[in-house]
Ligand binder design. Structure first.
Ligand code: PMV
Length: 335
């Protein structure tokens, strides 16, 4: 095969990975929903090699992008042992995202998962998802969860058999069906570039005075959350997920130096979500990734009942009214 195309989705963590060691290994386990609408589409074509050394051309959204190209070359150099063809061919890669540039949504998980699927698929045969997850992890930690449908767990926890720091494992089968189609409306509080990158944020966990307690909390929350999701207990699910989101941002605030990625609109949205939940008893919850945007999580069954509220109260809080309607999805596929 000399050309292959894959789409891979983004994912949103429910129990957060924050802090790493060694070669992109997590300091605590995490669990995520695989999304659907926020995806990267990647085409990789191999041809005869002209230049000596690693020969890669990278086009992002149709335009050659030399910054991304250098990153990919550095990544591929680490993978020469796994994929000998990387040394033997010229590679032309075209990549694009389905979500708007201006949304502030990180694309590292979907792009690294799509690239890992291409690398694992180009030699033919069915892709070994465990290997794709391992390769994606080396590109961007949380990307390793994006290769599986619906729900994935990454990181060693002694009570979860087969769990590993090296790759994620699929976890949807274990869960109540309500979570197989959960909705995630992403509310864009700000699309500006983050003041502190995820890479720098992870590194600050090495000296955070709450790190030890945090890693213990993540392990406990993971087990509690899995229990709640197995039982279809949406209320307990929501409590844990919100605690995780706020803990993540509390860790940022208690890092040294401290930083804050939430924006005023983030807090207004959280207030509105909690007030609406209190008033109506609708099971709407929020989470955040390492940025200011809110992921509004709710079962698909209440979508039409809560849509007027989203449009009336939450949309006006979004930057330029931008929201992305996403949902738990089926993972990568060829295109
Ligand atoms: O994979 P990274 O290095 O972009 O880190 C992701 C960190 C969080 O999104 C905040 C949490 C997570 O588990 O995805």
């Amino acid at each position: 095969m000399n050309s292959i195309s894959y789409q891979a989705p983004s994912n949103i963590a429910l129990v957060k990975y924050w802090g790493k060691q060694g070669n992109q290994l997590p300091l605590n386990p995490s669990i995520s929903f695989t999304l659907s609408a926020c995806r990267t589409e990647t085409k990789m074509a191999l041809s005869e090699k002209i230049e000596s050394g690693m020969d890669v051309e990278l086009y992002f959204e149709g335009k050659r992008n030399e910054v991304f190209e250098r990153k990919i070359i550095a990544f591929f150099q680490k993978l020469e042992g796994d994929f000998p063809f990387l040394r033997e061919h010229k590679m032309v890669i075209h990549s694009s995202n389905t979500f708007p540039h201006s949304s502030g949504i990180a694309s590292s998980a979907s792009s690294m998962a799509a690239l890992a699927m291409c690398l694992c698929g180009i030699e033919g045969g069915e892709v070994d998802l465990k290997k794709a997850s391992y390769i994606a992890r080396l590109g961007s930690g949380s990307a390793c969860r994006s290769v599986y449908p619906q729900i994935a767990v990454w990181g060693k926890n002694n009570t979860i058999s087969n769990s590993s720091d090296e790759y994620a494992i699929p976890y949807a089968e274990e869960m109540d069906e309500v979570f197989h189609s959960f909705c995630d409306t992403i509310l864009i509080a700000s699309s500006g570039e983050k003041s502190v990158s995820s890479r720098a944020g992870h590194a600050l966990m090495d000296t955070n005075r709450f790190a030890k307690q945090r890693f213990a909390q993540a392990n406990e929350n993971l087990i509690d959350l899995i229990g709640a999701m197995r039982e279809g207990d949406i209320e307990r699910f929501g409590e844990i997920v919100e605690e995780e989101a706020l803990t993540l941002h509390a860790l940022m605030m208690t890092s040294s130096p401290s930083f804050i990625l939430m924006k005023p609109a983030t807090l207004l949205m959280i207030d509105e979500i909690r007030k609406f939940r209190e008033d109506t008893k609708h099971p709407v919850y929020f989470t955040l990734d390492a940025g200011p945007n809110i992921h509004l999580l709710y079962p698909a069954s209440i979508l039409s009942a809560i849509s007027p509220w989203i449009d009336e109260k939450l949309k006006p809080l979004c930057e330029n009214g931008i929201m992305i309607k996403d949902q738990v999805g089926h993972g990568p596929s060829t295109i």
